[in-house]
Structures are given as C-alpha cells and as structure tokens.
Design a protein around this ligand. Sequence first.
Ligand code: NAD
Length: 260
Amino acid sequence: TLQGKTALVTGSTSGIGLGIARSLAAAGANIVFNGFGDLKEIDALQTSVAQEFGVQTAYHNADMSKAGEIEALMKFAAEKFGAVDILVNNAGIQHVANVEDFPVEKWDAIIAINLTSAFHTTRLALPAMKAKNWGRIINVASVHGLVGSAQKSAYVAAKHGIVGLTKVTALENAQSGVTANAICPGWVLTPLVQKQVDARAAAGNLSNDEAKRQLLQEKQPSGEFVTPEQLGSLAVYLCSEAASQMRGMSLNVDGGWVAQ
Ligand code: NAD
C-alpha cells in the first residue's frame, strides 16, 4: 500500500496521467494533480478521487514548459504534503510534420514539455527522496523512446531523451531506495491520439472507426488500444517493494509494437 505517500503526476487532468493518478490513489497515495483544463471540472475531479479512494488531493496549474512554474509546483507539493515520494513525469504534447516543415516553436515546446520538464521536477524532487531513502520516479516515455516514426522528430527526440534521463537518474541513485524507470506505451486512445485519428479520417475520408483500425494496424500488432488503467497498474507495481531492483528500465506496454 502507498498510504501516507504523496504522488505528483504531471499532466494528470486527462488521459494517461489521469489513469495513473487514479491507480496510485486507489493504492492509497495522496495525489497532486497538474495539467490544463476547465477549473470547475478539475475541482470536481480532485474531489471525486479524494472521496472514492479516501486520500487527499491537491492541484497546481504549472505550465510544464516553464522552469519557474515547475519550481512553484514543487514548492506547492512540499508545502501541501511534506514531500513528493512518487514523481510521475507524464505531461506531453505531440505535433506531426516532416522535419523541413516542422514549426520551430513546436519543436521548442515539445522538447520543453516532454523532456526538459522532467529534468526540472526530478532535480527538485531528489533531495527529499534521498533524505528519506525512498522514492519512485516514473517517466511516461513512449514506444517512441525506443523506435522512430516519420513526422514525429521532436516527439521521438524528446522521448529518446527521457529514456536516457531515466537511465542516468537510476544510476546516480542506484545505491539508494530511489528508483527511476520509464513506461513506454504504444497507442492509447486519449485526446492526444484522437487528434491523429481525426487527421487520418479527414485525409482519407474515413469513418472514425476505420481511421482507428488503420492507425492500429500500421503499428500495433494486437489491433487494440492500450488503456490508461493498464499503465496505472504498472505504475503501482513500480512503486512496490517487488520492483525495488528495477532501475533504469524502459517497460513497453505496446500491443507488440516494438517486437516487430
Ligand atoms: P492527453 O492530451 O490526454 O493528456 C496530456 C496531459 O498533459 C493533459 O493533462 C494536459 O493538460 C497536460 N499538459 C499538456 N501540456 C502541458 C503543459 N505545458 N503543462 C502542464 N500540463 C500540460 O495525452 P496523453 O495521451 O494522456 O499523454 C500523456 C503522456 O503519455 C504524454 O507524455 C504522451 O507523450 C505519452 N504517451 C501517450 C501515448 C498515447 O498513445 N496516447 C503513447 C505513448 C506515450
């Protein structure tokens, strides 16, 4: 059980981050939510998770592309709950274009949100984790941390980068109770992926279902989406004593994507 522990999940107002936050709350952890969205909905989300699982929740709206706001987020979490015991670096965005057409500001935003933010949260969370000699850093990378796909230069570069950051963080803390690992999902049907389904449907004049089927068929041998709940369960496992010698790993949950 994670009772008495505090988990910060970046980008947890939607999709995978929300799934991981719910699973960690179900295991007893207090949750610091972060991410964008309607403040009333986020408030309701916080309350419902707190009531459903009998944990404490808090929310901070830091923009993960801004170092100063990340510092404020980490300070807020520490003031609210003492310290962050479980850090889940999940916030991320996507943009699809060939390298020569890739908007420079999109490149910068993807590197900042999908990679640099994890450096900042990690460096700010580590001192307290080391002091307690217990901590879990879980980086939500992607199959794109392990292999490439056309038109995703910034995303693939950032995700390969976060796999590297995970290894170094694990090594620097290998003789402590602080572990760092990466989860590498294949396709998960979240708003981030629905945009790519919509683009495919529009380009090929396809139905939503046919666009989803083609998207999966191209890369994911199972032909099924991975779910946020499945990733949440893995995150809970990584927080367990059984996983205390898993260090610097990249764990793909990808319907067979990377086995090909
Ligand atoms: P999503 O769009 O549903 O959720 C993204 C979350 O990040 C939201 O809460 C959003 O508000 C937040 N966010 C975005 N920009 C932010 C910023 N600047 N500051 C703070 N929060 C910000 O997407 P998702 O699919 O759940 O993606 C979550 C993570 O999982 C990302 O890192 C993504 O790369 C990764 N991932 C997704 C898939 C997939 O198939 N959906 C596969 C592999 C990896």
